[in-house]
Structures are given as C-alpha cells and as structure tokens.
Design a protein. Sequence first.
Length: 84
Amino acid sequence: MAFLIFAVACAAAYVWATYFVPETARLSLEEIDKLFRASAGREEAALKSQVSLSYNPCSAFDVRFQIESDLGLRDLIRELTDEQ
C-alpha cells in the first residue's frame, strides 16, 4: 500500500513538473524574475549599485575588507585573539 501511494505521488509530481513548471533553461535571472513576477533580481541590482556607490572599490582587497568589516568579521577575530 505504501508503495502505491509513493508511486501515485511520483506520477503526480512528474505530471506537475512536466506540464505546469515553466522552462527556465537559457533564460537570464531577470527574465526568470519576470516569469515568476519576483523582485529578487531588481532588489539585488539595487543593493549592488548602493554598495558600489558607498565606497570606492580600488581593488579586490578593498572590496573584501569592506565586506569583512560590514559583517563584523574583523571585530570577531579581534575578540577571539584577545581571549587567547
């Protein structure tokens, strides 16, 4: 009986995935956002432009240092080394 329930669930999932889930191959993230009416891509682009305007990224080191500072990793490392 359990196998029959599992088989029916798998068949239903196959039909749902085949006929109701839209194809996203060869689509950009922006196109996928439009397809699903989501705003994640636009929010990410706005965040990236906001971050790039908040400091002048002269090198990859500056960007990494800024991210580590924003996340508080520098303070955490400083606290851990002070405890030892």
